[in-house]
Design a protein around this ligand. Structure first.
Ligand code: NDP
Length: 500
């Protein structure tokens, strides 16, 4: 029925009298034949078929919100990042927190590492911190990244997640043992995003105008306190509400219960890095707190829900390569690979002009006429400004808008860093040192009543689905290398579950 009280138009603006009608060739017998001239119907159906964009191959299921970062300390002794250059300075932030392996429709309380992607819209351009809720990662050789993720996703034949391939990958790539302990500990099933920490994992660099730099690791620690579900609770809630983490965060913010995190850095001088007992470019290792204490730099508060999930969160693109002056990558090979892979994923998923989308756009004046045209260019494309560099032609309308602003000479790359290198292949190999920090974590977990028992139960519940007893034995050997008792307990618990 026509509803003349509601005003609708076609996408091009022409008013339509009825939002629910179809133009048909009718012969009076009911029904009718559709006509190509029914623009309203055709456009509606054609757009619906195209409204999904490629889902992220990892980190598809997410919750997001806006907020602010407030600088709480004077850090000018170690870096030149403008958003940290004055106590009390506030910078707008977008945060997107996700599980890694499962699809967008999956339950968000299932056991998984959680991605923590944070865009700081600083007054010197955007800075993305693309972190996880664990301080380490499963691999340190970038080429293993697709294999790792596929082994956690669906089997190529059965299309089911598969413990056989999960554990087969980790037995074959034992450097992930530290991260496995984090994943199967209570922290693998956070009770809410508000009660979760996040860590840079990688080593990054804080840089200064004089060319000096410090290595840093960043820690984002919840003021609400860390809280987790047990395995049983997480499974139950996955059935009751697969969007539990989204609901928890959305409702808290909607009710004015704004979550807050303190942000810290560990700071290492490059001289110290040279002889440090841990390889700081190996993201399967932490820097022990006793060696490098946490230094508070600021706090993050989330205070605004997205207006529209698709435009604000799904179209958001985060990359470790998005760096403001004063922040720089280290020589961690996995980080180096991510600098390429993340913006490449955004180009595929959102198109080559993804930086113009409102949620990704910098809040400062942008003048980047080296990037022109491309699919879905929807700004003025720098008009008649030259599309090559070092032009002396005038006037340049868009250039004139930024004329007078002076560029910081500081590049995100520390120019003083000299590399005399040889091109060589590198594959990391496993050594006894790889089991030292996992053993320390096993002891840390032991300080919390019942936690070691829950870790064993969580591991056994996954390993019991490995069909080959030979592969199961290899898994037990892997955990025995951390701690003999751990290996024995995992074997005992798993085999007893299988016998039941
Ligand atoms: P400490 O012995 O000084 O402290 C242990 C840290 O472990 C705590 O500060 C806490 O970090 C974290 N932690 C506490 N309970 C758990 C848990 N149930 N699951 C996971 N992490 C927990 O740490 P060290 O620096 O000497 O490192 C010892 C081990 O602690 C490491 O091998 C590492 O696995 C783990 N750890 C170390 C971190 C680091 O950056 N040094 C960070 C997190 C864990 P937080 O306050 O961040 O929650």
């Amino acid at each position: 029925m026509a509803d003349s009280s509601r005003y609708y138009t076609l996408a091009e603006g022409c008013p339509v009298a009825n939002s629910s009608t179809a133009i048909l060739a009718r012969n009076g017998q009911g029904g009718g034949l559709g006509l190509l001239q029914d623009t309203q119907l055709i456009e509606t159906l054609a757009h619906f078929s195209r409204e999904r964009i490629p889902e992220r191959v990892v980190h598809a299921k997410a919750v997001g919100a806006y907020g602010e970062f407030e600088a709480l300390a004077d850090c000018t002794d170690i870096m030149a990042l403008s958003f940290l250059n004055k106590i009390g300075k506030k910078t707008p932030v977008l945060l997107r927190v996700s599980t890694v392996g499962p699809e967008s429709g999956s339950a968000d309380t299932i056991r998984d590492v959680h991605g923590w992607a944070m865009k700081l819209y600083t007054d010197e351009g955007n800075l993305d911190w693309v972190f996880n809720n664990t301080p380490v990662f499963f691999i340190r050789d970038p080429i293993k990244f697709p294999s790792l993720n596929r082994s956690h996703k669906r089997h190529p034949q059965t299309h089911m997640t598969d413990s056989n391939m999960f554990w087969d990958f980790h037995v074959g790539n034992p450097e992930g043992i530290h991260e496995l302990l984090h994943l199967f500990s209570d922290r693998g099933t956070p009770k809410s995003i508000r009660h979760m920490n996040a860590y840079s994992g990688h080593t990054y660099k804080f840089t200064k105008e004089d060319g000096s730099f410090k290595y840093v690791k960043i820690h984002v620690k919840t003021q609400q306190g860390v809280e987790n579900f047990t395995r049983e609770e997480a499974i139950k809630i996955a059935g009751e509400n697969p969007d539990h983490l989204i609901k928890d965060m959305f409702e808290a913010i909607e009710n004015g219960n704004f979550p807050v995190w303190n942000v810290f850095v560990q700071v290492m001088d490059p001289i110290e890095a040279q002889n440090y007992r841990w390889n700081i470019f190996d993201m399967t290792k932490v820097w022990p707190h006793s060696d490098f204490p946490l230094r508070l730099i600021g706090k993050l508060t989330l205070n605004r829900n997205p207006q529209n999930y698709f435009t604000d969160i799904e179209q958001a693109a985060f990359s470790p390569s998005t760096m403001a002056p004063g922040f720089a990558p280290s020589a961690d090979p996995v980080l180096q690979a991510r600098l390429f892979a993340y913006p490449d994923a955004a180009r595929y998923r959102l198109g080559v002009n993804y930086q113009q989308l409102p949620t990704n756009a910098a809040k400062v004046q942008v003048y980047s006429p080296f990037q022109r045209d491309g699919a879905m260019r929807f700004d003025a494309n720098y008009g008649s400004d030259p599309n090559y560099v070092n032009s002396s032609l005038k006037p340049m309308r868009f250039y004139n808008e930024v004329n007078g602003l002076s560029a910081k000479s500081l590049s995100v790359f520390t120019e003083h860093e000299k590399w005399a290198a040889e091109i060589a292949s590198y594959t990391s190999s496993i050594a006894e040192i790889d089991f030292v920090q996992p053993a320390l974590l096993w002891d840390v977990i032991g300080k919390e009543p019942g936690h070691q028992g829950r870790l064993i139960g969580n591991l056994a519940a996954s390993i019991k689905d490995v069909l080959s007893s030979e592969l199961r034995q290899q898994v037990y050997v892997l955990f025995s290398r951390v701690n003999k008792e751990l290996g024995r307990l995992v074997a005992e618990k798993t085999e007893s579950m299988i016998e039941d």
